[in-house]
Design a protein. Sequence first.
Length: 368
Amino acid sequence: MSSTPHAIWLDADPGHDDALALLLALHSPALRLLGVSSVSGNAAGLSTWHNAAKLLAAFGASAEQVPLLRGCDVPLMRTPKAAPSIHGEDGLGGVKGLPELSSPSVQSHLKRTSDGPAPLALVSHLTSLLRTRVEAGEEPLSIVATGPMTNIALLLRMAPSELLLKGVKQIVLMGGNPGVSGNISPAAEFNFLVDPEAARIVCDSPLPVIMAGLNVTHQAIWTRPLHAQLLSLGASPVRDVVSSAMEFFAAAYASQMGFASGPPVHDFLCVAYLLDASLFAPPTPSAANGQADEEAKRYRVEVQTSEGHNLGATVVAFHDQWPIEHEGWAAGGRNVRVLEHLDTERLWPLLFAAIERAEARVASNVSS
Ligand SMILES: [Ca+2]
């Protein structure tokens, strides 16, 4: 692994599990978070923007280090659809210990404004960020998308394709339901159903796309023993945010989705993948020739955008039932690397380590 931290951009709709993804993105030495953008999804666009600002402040990030940009308040073609029964009305229901919206630390993250529409300013910011990095010969960055894909689809449609191909290594997204039932509808996962056209644009793009869908995120259950371990380590501002978030999330998943063992940490897996893709390697030996596959497999994937029961569903050609028209990543090829396996035991130390680093950062901010 290179000693230079890998640059990432996080696009999110916080969101309890988005909060965990942000925590890991901020406090992993192997990653460098270049910025965050918010999108409507779990709650309205104003709420997810505010939530991102509160979380950045709570986790010790300064607005200079990690700029926050507001993105789209509505999907490309549809009316917004939120998830109040899972995330509360404001998207971070039940979360304790966050700074007030009016506090200087939160306001510092919200002060960035633009003359024109926010999504346009976001695309412009990302485009110039990519151009600067490409011209300086820096490594391509990874985009992490843990909300509906609206902002990222706009970027893909508006930025020069050559710049995207040079500047973006991959898009790691939480969304879709390869081979399993949906959650927001019988056929579809929430992020993809909220903006299915955007999800399709992202999956069909010529950039590598890594999909953490419900098939794998439902393997990452925050169980009671893990929660007890978190509480046993004592109280701190960061720990209060995480523990209260997971308590609310656990209760919501138990009552709304019948998850008795605990809630899945969905979005967290995208950042975990960037830290250690081997967490998602197929078990050994997996292939017919006895050789272990080191990476999750690529498949031809199509997001359904026709009206009806299948809107937003992900159809995955696990057995190449559709012809593979080219070797690239775009539509018609094996356009998505689908995460299927997870070494759950090795996942949780990443979170506990990030919590410790966040606590240290927050403590040093307070004392300085
Ligand atoms: Ca999310």
